[in-house]
Ligand binder design. Structure first.
Ligand code: NAD
Length: 244
């Protein structure tokens, strides 16, 4: 098991789903985890995770909200070792029917937030000469999916962002990587039509849907000190549904 003892991690979108799974795995590995989310239920999630978890209501698309939360994290812990850019949304619709609002909402949360959050956290990592930045891509950022032109564009964008950022930050002891989850049980996937869910599970060679904790372990590897030579990659975690 990789050890994150005494490390401080921010997990955006940590109130539920994969973000909460990452937080649980990181806390088990010894980290202090700060959950950021727009949902008030993040407080209950943090309470359930115990005294190594704290919650702050943050909108990752709002730079004032993020700046206050970064300042609070530094006041409370003195450092940020790990940033998990996990917050994300879907607004699925075939491209012909998709509105510009639906396009923009997804670009804003899934991609613009990476600019805002990473920009404000990075100076603290540079000063410490250490950091792990891991962002949520998706299998559909590589494979594409019907009804997800907006979403897939952002998730491919997350990979491109990461491949470029890694070249700029490596010299500071900072790595930037992505995790591309496959089909994972969460509120996001539960909101999909049942036939899409059934079809998705049939295409997974390991024979089951992924869990938030499965994703937590993928993130844990990239967040570990031992992964210091892994930089700029996308770790696909999909049970074999999309072998790349
Ligand atoms: P989820 O909807 O269960 O959780 C996402 C969280 O992000 C929610 O708690 C939500 O409130 C939060 N969030 C949304 N907008 C926010 C904002 N502006 N500021 C702060 N928080 C915000 O989804 P999930 O399935 O846990 O997905 C987590 C990440 O993994 C997402 O980026 C998603 O695109 C990605 N992903 C999920 C799957 C899957 O199958 N579940 C597959 C591939 C990629």
């Amino acid at each position: 098991m990789f050890n994150l003892k005494n490390q401080v991690a921010i997990v955006t979108g940590g109130a539920r789903g994969i973000g909460a799974g990452i937080a649980k795995v990181f806390i088990d590995a010894g980290a202090n985890v700060i959950l950021w989310d727009v949902l008030d239920s993040g407080q209950q999630t943090a309470d359930d995770l115990g005294d190594k978890a704290t919650f702050r209501k943050v909108d990752v698309t709002n730079s004032d909200s993020v700046e206050e939360a970064v300042n609070e994290a530094i006041e409370d812990h003195g450092k940020i070792d790990i940033l998990i850019n996990n917050a994300g949304i879907i607004r699925d619709k075939s491209f012909s029917k998709m509105t510009f609002e639906e396009w923009n909402a997804v670009i804003n949360v899934n991609l613009n937030s990476l600019f805002i959050v990473t920009k404000l956290v990075l100076p603290h990592m540079k000063a410490a000469k250490y950091g792990r930045i891991i962002s949520a891509s998706s299998v559909n950022g590589s494979a594409g999916a019907f009804g997800q032109t907006n979403y897939a564009a952002t998730k491919a964008g997350v990979q491109g962002f990461t491949r470029s950022l890694c070249k700029e930050v490596g010299k500071y002891g900072i790595t930037a990587n992505c995790v591309a989850p496959g089909f994972i049980a969460s509120d996001m996937t539960a909101s999909m039509p049942q036939d899409v869910i059934d079809q998705g599970i049939k295409q997974i060679p390991v024979g089951r849907i992924g869990t938030p904790e499965d994703m937590g372990y993928a993130y844990l590897f990239l967040a570990s000190k031992e992964a210091s030579f892994i930089n700029g990659i996308t770790l696909h975690a999909n049970g074999g549904s999309y072998a790349i």
